[in-house]
Design a protein around this ligand. Structure first.
Ligand code: KG4
Ligand code: ZN
Length: 343
């Protein structure tokens, strides 16, 4: 089976073709174009600019992916696109393109939930077997899910306020480290002292595995404001970045510990996904946590943790394999929780 996947829900325009056959799972092409430079002057993603930019780039990327894969459209078994959640202008661009390709070439259309893309990536990269425990940490989400099968998710906890990525992004902005924030904070943290500033540890000792990041963000702001005017020197910024990163990692580990006890079935694997899972110190801490629990920890390579089209093509392929396709009047969804209980 071969599926083309399109991702346009945030600031990456991406098209991929994946195959699952006798020789196993393979990515045949991945054409990705980042809009970071267009959004940088605004210090964050501007939805209107993102939508127009997806429109400008997508056709060319589809062509490039098909050329790189060495395929004709007739060789594909389905066309998948992120149909939500995300910035709706961009999602519409991707969904309309996928529907047009599906309609013209007489192929099934598969509407993929962006979060399901992140959730199933570890099955493509490492063949992880259900059920598994998933920590999904990105710019817009921070949740823990029990993944029991395609479309079968039980949410164990979620953030009560900001997402983890948002916390990194806003901290980077306050420290003048630039955009995108996560990698900038991680870089600064490498030369900083994590014990210089004491930041709050929200919900510590409390049951459940909900998250909260707004208190840490506020504490960073108060710390910056308390420094003598104009004195946010590189040293301070590095130390604050290191302190923040340490607090975020400790909070995530503390909450995930509870999740293991909350799972209905013993998970085969602990999986992390989403852009923040690119963070090395978080990866190390989660590896230790999984080891303590006696199960393996799997995190996809960084380029498949951040937004990409391989995960959308793969989720589309898994759905297609189960006969789960969508009608051409499927409406993109700006908000689309993964678990039915919260839909
Ligand atoms: O999954 P993703 O690419 O997009 C969303 O669906 O949100 O995640 C982007 C988020 C951003 O907030 C970015 O700052 C964060 O992931 N991020 C990181 C790192 N790399 C990306 N956060 C911490 N450390 C990193 N190395
Ligand atoms: Zn994402």
């Amino acid at each position: 089976m071969r599926v083309l996947g399109i991702e346009t829900s945030c600031d990456e325009t991406a098209v991929a073709v994946v195959e699952d056959g006798a020789d196993g799972r393979r990515c045949l092409a991945h054409a990705l174009s980042s809009q970071i430079e267009e959004h940088r002057p605004f210090g964050g993603v501007v939805p209107e600019i993102a939508a127009r930019s997806h429109l400008d780039r997508l056709d060319r990327l589809v062509e490039q992916a098909m050329t790189d894969a060495g395929l004709e459209f007739g060789d594909l078994d389905g066309i998948a696109a992120t149909a939500g959640p995300g910035l709706i202008g961009g999602v519409i661009v991707g969904v309309m393109t996928a529907k047009a390709l599906a309609s013209v070439h007489g192929k099934p259309f598969i509407a993929v939930n962006h979060l399901e893309g992140h959730a199933l990536t570890a099955r493509f990269t490492d063949g992880v077997v259900y059920p598994y425990l998933l920590l999904l940490v990105s710019g817009g989400h921070c949740q823990v899910l029990e993944v029991k099968g395609v479309g079968e998710y039980r949410r164990l906890g979620t953030t009560l306020d900001d997402a983890a990525g948002e916390c990194f992004d806003k901290t980077a902005k306050m420290l003048g480290l630039g955009f995108p924030g996560g990698p900038a904070v991680e870089r600064a943290a490498q030369s900083g002292r994590a014990d210089r500033f004491s930041l709050p540890r929200p919900l510590k000792g409390r049951a459940g595995c909900d998250f909260s990041f707004s208190g840490m963000k506020t504490a960073v702001r108060h710390t910056v404001e308390a420094l003598p005017p104009g004195s946010l020197r590189a040293r301070d910024a590095d130390d604050l970045a290191a302190s923040l990163q340490r607090a975020v990692v400790a909070h995530i580990v503390d909450r995930c510990k509870n999740a293991f006890a909350m799972a209905e079935t013993r998970p085969t694997t602990f999986v992390a996904a989403g852009g923040v899972a690119a963070n090395t110190s978080l990866r190390t801490a989660l590896t230790d946590l999984a080891t303590d629990q006696g199960i393996p920890f799997v995190v996809p390579p960084i380029e498949l943790c951040t937004d990409n089209a391989v995960m959308i093509a793969w989720a589309g392929l898994e759905r297609l394999g189960l006969g789960l396709t969508d009608p051409l009047d499927f409406k993109p969804k700006p908000r689309w929780p993964l678990d039915a209980a919260n839909a």
